[in-house]
Design a protein around this ligand. Structure first.
Ligand SMILES: Cc1cc2nc3c(=O)[nH]c(=O)nc-3n(C[C@H](O)[C@H](O)[C@H](O)COP(=O)(O)OP(=O)(O)OC[C@H]3O[C@@H](n4cnc5c(N)ncnc54)[C@H](O)[C@@H]3O)c2cc1C
Length: 429
């Protein structure tokens, strides 16, 4: 097979191995769910799981239906969980300490969820960030500590073992916590199984539209209509969110990026590379940067490349630039281990901040490009807090990132689930 055939055949987003529930029955269509979520990526899965878990802890019963055309983990194996400086750390963000605190608290909770449940998703902490100059390095450190996500003693300046052959490159930091890598497919697979165990339902269907009534929200899919008592949460990822927002006059960009996964590597190759876990970028940790690392099962992930042209020629160009870079750093490695290739879209929302909150007729969660995994999990916690307990402080913090999107609409005081009143009567189909 030629390289271009290999690239195009391998570069589909990774589908998580799992089985959907059996086809929806007539009864499922008559049922009124408490919450319906459209989407099958991390945003949808984290949120469905969190709502069910919170409901269980609160000893209440909340029925959740996830509608997904497929379940996916586009960030592939070895996802970085370090957030970029732009976004969480951006200077123009009004409340960085508050956001930083939320991210830190979320990271601790995220890690405890993985360890408590013994999820085998290869979480490895620590991240090395390489800047081109000392000034850039100082800037990155200032921004990170400014918002309290990284504490001073978690950052070791000028770590050793630098490998990049870049002019003037001799400045790096090692971040000890709140950053690292994990294997997203394994994490999602585990959470999907638990969603089923907690009574949630995942339906293979394509969301096509929705209507909001006074007490009932109808979701149209290719498998018929499903109904819920609370607004639909749309977590359908980059391309769908872009069209959703553009229909509401909010301009978003979409960039495509690529990651390669090699391995498992031999013990000797893995330990040679493990000494050099890396991220290399400008001081804002944004843009066309390299990131990579070896996890504890010896899988090596290496990625780079933001492009607005997802065509095959451009994809090949990115693939070649990554493999050239790899060849310089680790001669012969790509030949030795055929890479699995991940290539896909990421939403670039205004200000590069995630878009999470309550709109007039539906709720939305997405837009994590470059934000790492933690903000997505933070959003799921914030949303579940609102749905299960009616607390919306954290959700309001997310909504404050995008006043244009969310401020125009006054959200209800409590989600429909917690509002008192007569029981809802199921309308005839
Ligand atoms: C190659 C690559 C590498 C990346 N690396 C990283 C990384 O290392 N770290 C990191 O944090 N992020 C990374 N990202 C970004 C990360 O993958 C995304 O930010 C994340 O997947 C967004 O999650 P999401 O659930 O919002 O959307 P998605 O993951 O895009 O999920 C959307 C889901 O909704 C489904 N869907 C769409 N439309 C419909 C519909 N009409 N009906 C039903 N279902 C629908 C889709 O099939 C999909 O399952 C990477 C992305 C790519 C492409």
């Amino acid at each position: 097979m030629s390289v271009s055939e290999t690239v195009s055949s391998a570069c589909a987003p990774l589908n998580v191995c799992f089985s959907f529930n059996a086809e929806a029955s007539e009864q499922d269509h008559h049922k009124i769910y408490d919450k319906i979520i459209a989407g099958g990526g991390p945003a949808a899965i984290f949120t469905a799981h969190r709502i069910l878990e919170q409901a269980k802890d609160a000893k209440t019963n909340i029925s959740v239906l996830v509608i997904a055309d497929r379940l996916s983990a586009p960030c592939g194996a070895g996802s970085q969980i370090v957030p970029e400086v732009e976004g969480v750390f951006a200077e123009e963000v009004r409340n960085p300490a508050e956001i930083g605190e939320m991210m830190r608290e979320t990271y601790i909770d995220f890690k405890s969820m993985i360890t408590r449940r013994r999820i085998a998703c290869r979480l490895s902490e620590g991240y090395e960030i390489k800047a081109a100059t000392r000034d850039e390095l100082d800037y990155a450190v200032t921004q990170m500590t400014r918002c309290n996500v990284f504490k001073d003693d978690e950052i070791i300046a000028n770590s050793r073992g630098q490998i990049f052959n870049l002019p003037g490159h001799d400045h790096s930091i090692l971040v000890n916590s709140f950053a690292g890598q994990l294997n997203m497919p394994e994490l999602l697979e585990h959470l999907i199984a638990e969603i089923g165990e907690m009574g949630g339902r995942i339906e293979k269907a394509v969301y096509q539209g929705h209507t909001a009534g006074e007490n009932i929200f109808s979701v149209q899919t290719d498998k018929g209509i499903f109904r819920s008592r609370t607004p639909l949460l749309i977590a359908t990822g980059a391309l769908h969110h872009k069209s959703l927002f553009e229909a509401r006059n909010i301009e978003c960009g979409v960039l495509h990026t690529m990651g390669l996964v090699l391995g498992p590597l031999s013990g000797a190759d893995a330990s040679a590379i493990r000494k050099r876990t890396m991220a290399m970028t400008n001081a804002l940790l944004v843009g066309d940067f390299l990131w990579g690392g070896v996890d504890d099962k010896n899988f090596f992930t290496f990625g780079r490349g933001d492009t607005d042209d997802p065509g095959p020629a451009n994809m090949m160009r990115i693939y070649e630039s990554i493999t050239q870079q790899l060849d310089q750093l680790y001669p012969g490695l790509v030949q030795k281990y055929a890479p699995r290739i991940f290539f896909g879209p990421m939403l670039i929302p205004p200000g590069r901040m995630p878009v999470v909150g309550r709109m007039a007729d539906c709720d939305v969660a997405g837009g994590w490009s470059g934000m790492g995994i933690i903000p997505g999990y933070a959003a799921a916690r914030a949303y579940a807090d609102w749905i299960v307990h009616g607390r919306d402080q954290k959700l309001k913090l997310f909504e404050s990132f995008h006043p244009k999107i969310f401020a125009a609409h006054a959200p209800p005081e409590k989600p429909a689930l917690l509002q008192s009143g007569p029981a809802i009567v199921v309308p005839a189909l």
